[in-house]
Ligand binder design. Structure first.
Ligand code: F3S
Length: 398
């Protein structure tokens, strides 16, 4: 890789330990993937925030970098292992909270904005069309590449942090237009009649595309919430973190549909539900907000929960970003949800919180949520918001 004089200087340690270490990571990555140079990034989103995933070794790595590391561009965080304010109410133990707070302290010292969310694009970290960025979380990366039209690889936690300290990333993969060409045409003939159908569609396309870039036709309309749950699902189940959706995503006008074609029918959608849903009637956990819930989704939850009570045998979470919760407070949605017995899980989510062994069966609207809940040893049910609210109120899946 060809480095500028300034980049050589950083690699030699003239800007301190964190920048030197970061340059070593970026140069190694660039060499592995055949990048010719580093390119400037407009923003960074760092994953690997939960102490549950980092452990003491990860915390030590962050503390080393935090000694002299300061980010050079707008940098936000992925969800942490707990609600940073309300962790006790979510059943997080004292020892975990102490360690998680140390992780957050390290990120704070680096100048990173402590907005622990996988939907940074809903709360102010919104890239421009065509802008190079270095984001980590797979659903956010897919949303940024496909819906916004920005350019990012799916960074690991350390490479995203390195990009934040240097303000640059190696120019390879999805930063190059020649690697952003769709290579499989997916025609959707299925009607998407409820919200969770978007997660099921992501499952079908992810499995069908397998490491390819889908060019999707047949979708008549899609809102931001539907696209964000689709992004989470399609990349979780196999596709590259980029797709084109004819007449919906902006860059789809600039590319041609590939010859290779698969079709997704109603039957495929039904099969996706069969694969995602386990046999269980009892539900002891409901979590909405994967990816983190938007204000519109929170409004829908509040409307459905009004004058209802969550079953005493069921825990009900709304996972969202803190700014979204603050908006929900102002609009009265929080009061309705909490009066019904629901809880807000800000800054965290069902995948990165230490939940293994705590719940037996989850109901959620999200296919990705189901995928990670199985890792946490839960049985899973995916359905519409109405079905999930009903499961919360009755403790049963009907
Ligand atoms: Fe976000 Fe967690 Fe889902 S990071 S996409 S809420 S698994």
């Amino acid at each position: 890789m060809i480095l500028t004089k300034n980049e050589e200087r950083m690699l030699d340690g003239e800007e301190g330990y964190a920048v030197k270490k970061s340059m070593e990571i970026l140069v190694a990555l660039g060499n592995i993937y055949g990048a010719e140079k580093l390119i400037e990034v407009g923003s960074v989103q760092v994953a690997g925030v939960s102490y549950h995933n980092l452990g003491d070794a990860g915390l030590e790595f962050l503390n080393e970098l935090a000694k002299d590391g300061k980010v050079k561009v707008l940098t936000t965080l992925n969800p942490a292992g707990m609600d940073l304010e309300n962790w006790r109410n979510l059943g997080i133990d004292e020892e975990f909270a102490k360690k998680q707070n140390l992780v957050i302290e390290a990120f704070n010292k680096m100048g990173i904005i402590i907005s622990c969310t996988c939907t940074p694009y809903l709360i102010g970290n919104l890239p421009r069309y065509g802008e190079h960025i270095a984001w980590s979380e797979s659903s956010a990366v897919t949303f940024a590449n496909s819906v916004i039209g920005a350019k990012t690889n799916r960074e690991g936690g350390p490479s995203a942090l390195a990009a934040a300290f240097v303000g640059k990333t190696p120019c390879y993969g999805l930063h190059l237009d020649e690697n952003r060409v769709p290579d499989t045409h997916v025609e959707v003939t299925a009607e998407l009649s409820k919200f969770s159908d978007w997660g099921a569609l992501g499952y079908c396309i992810g499995k069908g595309a397998q490491s390819k870039i889908p060019y999707i036709t047949g979708i008549k309309d899609a809102n931001v919430d539907e696209l964000k749950t689709f992004c989470a699902s399609v990349v979780t189940f196999g596709a590259k973190p980029l797709f084109y959706m004819k007449d919906i995503t902006p860059a789809s006008e600039n590319v041609q549909p590939p010859k290779e074609k698969i079709t997704i029918t109603e039957r495929d959608i039904q099969e996706a539900y069969n694969a995602i849903n386990d046999e269980t009637e009892d539900i002891d956990f409901v979590c909405i907000g994967c990816p983190h819930a938007s204000i519109k989704e929170i409004a829908q939850i509040a409307a459905l929960l009004k004058d209802k009570k969550i079953s005493p045998t069921t825990e009900f979470w709304v996972a969202t970003s803190r700014p979204m919760k603050q908006l929900a407070d102002k609009r009265g949605y929080t009061k309705i949800i909490e009066e019904a017995g629901g809880k807000f899980a800000c800054d965290t989510c069902m995948a990165v919180a230490p939940l293994k062994g705590r719940f037996r069966a989850i109901a959620t609207t999200s296919a990705k949520g189901c995928y990670y809940s199985r890792h946490n040893m839960m049985l899973t049910k995916m359905g519409s918001l109405e079905e999930c609210i009903d499961a919360g109120v009755t403790g049963k899946w009907s």
